[in-house]
Unconditional design. Structure first.
Ligand code: KIV
Length: 281
């Protein structure tokens, strides 16, 4: 896609790819198919990702760090996520769009979560993502009963960096069982996806065996239903020290769409993530 081109993203031919929706998500889990998700914030990267075969796009609150230059996700507001969700959704012809609910937009009550999640669905999201464990289960039930699909986020939950004390691996030792218990409760409350960030690979293996819904991992090893990475990371655009689970796909590709397609094919074939990208118990 070029700027000012006549084939704007929302005019892409329908033949490109069948849209990936909630039914495809459930079917993929049932068939144990590997899924792909990228964190994406704008229409150009959304169009390239869908064309490259990505299943789901997450409008993550990591935009606070990646796009806005903050040192955490805490300053991100609902209007920031709403705006970027609308940008992504306009170009996401075949991908499911998941919008992150930012800090302080859902923790106070289920009603607060519903009102804010509804704005994100009206902006084009098909699902919302919330960070939290057992305490969040009533909210997940409240949203799903009212037509809002939920992706639950466990493990490293960056909005809680001040209580966690840093961006470190979660779920080691006894806290691993607590994570499994939380995940089961969230699934029972209606969560459609459980996303886990920075947990030991053996714990993610246990989690995937325990749940019927798809698990999506970032720094969680190979035995999850799908993998998510931040698009800027796979294109080597993030300055500074790289996280262990990050792989630079642009290094082996001629252009951005080819780099994303390589990520898709490596996830689908099980090449990514390798043992070097995961964490032990
Ligand atoms: O905000 C984000 O991009 C995320 C992913 C890292 C899972 O939550």
């Amino acid at each position: 896609m070029t700027a000012y081109a006549s084939n704007a993203p929302n005019e892409k031919p329908e033949s490109v790819r069948k849209p990936f929706g909630i039914r495809q998500l459930r079917a993929a889990r049932a068939k144990a198919e590997r899924l792909t998700m990228l964190t994406c914030y704008d229409a150009s990267f959304a169009a390239a990702s869908c064309a490259a075969g990505v299943d789901m796009l997450l409008v993550g609150d990591s935009l606070g760090m990646v796009v806005q230059g903050h040192t955490s996700t805490l300053p991100v507001g609902l209007e920031d996520i709403r705006y970027h969700t609308a940008c992504v959704a306009r170009a996401a012809t075949s991908c499911m769009v998941i919008a992150d609910m930012p800090f302080a937009s859902y923790q106070a009550s289920a009603e607060q979560a519903f009102q804010n999640a509804a704005l994100l669905l009206q902006a084009g999201a098909h699902m919302v993502k919330l960070e939290g464990g057992a305490w969040l289960a009533p909210t997940v039930e409240f949203l799903t009963q009212r037509g809002i699909p939920v992706c639950a986020h466990l493990g490293l939950t960056p909005q809680s960096v001040n209580t966690l004390g840093g961006y470190t691996v979660q779920g080691r030792g006894a806290s691993g069982q607590a994570l499994l218990d939380d995940a089961k409760l969230l699934e029972q409350a209606g969560a459609e996806i459980v996303l886990v960030e920075l947990i030991p690979s053996p714990l993610a293996t246990q989690l995937t065996a325990l749940l019927s819904v798809p698990t999506i991992g970032i720094g969680a090893g190979p035995n999850v239903t799908g993998q998510v990475l931040v698009i800027y990371d796979i294109l080597n655009l993030t300055p500074g020290r790289k996280a262990r689970f990050v792989k630079n796909y642009l290094a082996q590709a001629n252009d951005i769409e080819a780099a994303i397609a390589l990520f898709v094919s490596e996830v689908k074939s099980g090449v990514y993530p390798g043992p070097e990208h995961g964490f032990e118990s």
